[in-house]
Design a protein around this ligand. Structure first.
Ligand code: GLA
Length: 526
């Protein structure tokens, strides 16, 4: 099934001392979450809070975590957003502008962003909508919404978690709407993660001002995973399934997989639940010290494929008896369905899943793929019986065909191109960004949005599942200065015809001296 999808052309071009926006950008950003192309599948990444709390959050921890994201294989399966949560990373200076705490982040928060982008990852930061963050360790955005969003953009943040502490007297809808407007004004595409813990029922209104919203309180105290607390969160989040979709997600909090307090089977169960609920997959454990089993769980591509499905449907609980629950309601892009059986008893159970329980004609002959054993059985009619170990889960995909393709999972080798002119006569410089698709289907060529500055040309070529975006810069006629552009590329998932999350990256050009023009008109930095 192939369909063509209109692609909205938006390019952010920013200069060092300001931001230029095109009128196409203006109109597309008004509709925000769906049209900005951000987070059309649930965001995947890591935040430090669950494991570390405020301490010891610093540049070294974040950089070591970035390296662990890459070396553990998590980057390869789609985890990308990473950065500090509440810790002491910035303060408000005497000009009321946010400034890096250089004792903890000696490279500066912009330097940390560059490090993250060069590793092919995306930069996440944390702030608060009130006067201060929860522990009052850092200033909140109240009264400085526009200044702070501009600063986050200058630090090249891609994802901002906005907490709801110290907000006495503030209206939750007005506050988050203003923060969205401030981010729009700053001109950088940033995923907005609202963290009001369900206050103000954000699922009812936040899709136009953000991409995900916490539906509940915190999943744990720092460093202590708590299974019962996690399951309470699951039951609150589950009921909200109708409110999630591509670009707007219910967020039951960062995961506790791999933390002290959970068994291996509970880790697997929690991860499966996050996958079937289309929840953001934000790991919260110490990635530098993971067991083989934690890595295997967090990087299970077949489970991640369910989470990252292009239809973006949140599954739900269909039946629960004797502490055994069956979850379904998650049709997938290829016509298959995800189903999950969770056994919270202390003894193993044989669980029967009837096709009629999950809305399928009982005569249907279906293949069943176990997403944890990676084995397929069938065809089965009427239903399937599965043994589920004590306190464990079975996660299945059910299909008419004995074929279980994986949807696209996009991995970039870098999100940052940085070039420097070395000559005062005109030069052509170039650098590439490689985007790989870890899914099964061949993607069409990525389409680079129009409206790039005249000094930059981007061409796309394809070699199997890898596509190379070649950024060519002509320095002809450029005045001395720093030049910056944000490139956006869009694609369409070919099986469902759904637009994919856009790829954005930064291009920096340094021109140390005026360059002679090959043509008659000189070009100034934007
Ligand atoms: C709130 C959030 C947590 C974390 C802490 C930081 O409790 O819900 O995820 O960010 O604040 O203080």
């Amino acid at each position: 099934m192939k369909r063509t999808t209109a692609i909205i052309a938006v390019v952010w071009l920013t200069a060092v001392c300001g931001v230029l926006t095109t009128s196409a950008e203006e109109s597309s950003l008004k509709a925000h979450s769906l049209d900005d192309g951000l987070a059309r599948t649930p965001p995947m990444g890591w935040y430090p809070w669950n494991e570390f709390g405020e301490e010891p959050q610093n540049e070294q921890l974040i950089k070591e975590t970035v390296d662990a994201l890459v070396s553990s294989g998590m980057h390869e399966v789609g985890y990308s957003f990473v950065g500090p949560d509440e810790g002491i990373c910035f303060y408000r200076d005497s000009n009321n502008i946010l400034a890096t705490n250089l004792k903890r982040y000696p490279s500066g928060l912009r330097g940390l962003g560059d490090y993250i982008h060069k590793k092919g990852l995306k930069y996440a930061l944390y702030t608060d909508a009130g006067t201060h963050t929860c522990s009052k360790a850092m200033p909140g955005t109240k009264g400085y919404e526009f200044e702070d969003m501009k600063q986050f953009a200058e630090w090249r943040c891609d994802y901002i978690k906005i907490d709801w502490c110290n907000t006495k007297g503030q209206d939750v809808i007005k506050t988050y709407t203003q923060l969205h407007d401030a981010q729009h004004a700053a001109g950088r595409p940033i995923v907005h993660s609202l963290c009001s813990w369900g206050v103000g029922e954000p699922w009812k209104w936040a899709a136009s001002v953000g991409h995900l919203w916490r539906t509940t309180g915190d999943i744990c105290e720092p460093a202590h995973a708590d299974w019962k607390k996690a399951m309470k969160i699951v039951s609150k989040n589950e009921r909200l399934y109708k409110w999630a979709g591509p670009g707007y997600w219910n967020d039951p909090d960062m995961m506790v997989v791999g933390m002290a307090g959970l068994s291996e089977s509970q880790n697997r169960s929690l991860f499966s639940l996050w996958c079937i609920m289309a929840s953001p997959l934000i790991a919260g454990n110490d990635l530098r010290n993971m067991s083989a089993s934690t890595i295997e769980i967090l990087t299970n591509m077949e489970a991640i494929g369910v989470n990252q499905d292009p239809l973006g449907i949140q599954g739900y609980l269909v039946r629960r008896a004797d502490n055994v629950s069956i979850w379904a309601g998650k049709p997938l892009y290829d016509g298959s369905q995800a189903v999950l059986a969770l056994n919270q008893q202390s003894s193993p159970r044989d669980v029967r899943i009837e096709w009629s329980d999950i809305g399928i004609d009982k005569k249907a002959r279906l293949y069943v793929r176990n997403l944890w054993t990676h084995k397929t059985s069938g065809p089965h009619t009427n239903g399937v019986s599965v043994p589920v170990a004590a306190n464990d889960v079975v996660m299945l995909r059910i299909s008419k065909t004995n074929d279980f393709p994986l949807p696209p999972v996009i991995v970039a080798d870098s999100y940052f191109v940085s070039l420097r002119a070395t000559d005062s006569s005109a030069q052509s410089l170039s650098a590439t960004i490689t985007i790989s698709n870890k899914g099964s289907d061949d993607l069409p060529l990525w389409k680079v949005q129009k409206g790039l500055p005249s000094w930059l040309t981007v061409t796309v070529s394809k070699d199997g599942n890898k596509q190379t975006l070649t950024n060519t810069i002509s320095t002809s006629g450029l005045k001395k200065g720093l030049y910056h552009a944000i490139v956006r590329a869009d694609n369409t998932e070919p099986v469902s015809g759904k637009p994919m999350s856009a790829v954005y990256y930064d291009v920096d050009l340094e021109v140390p001296n005026d360059v002679a023009s090959q043509s008659k008109t000189a070009i100034k930095p934007e």
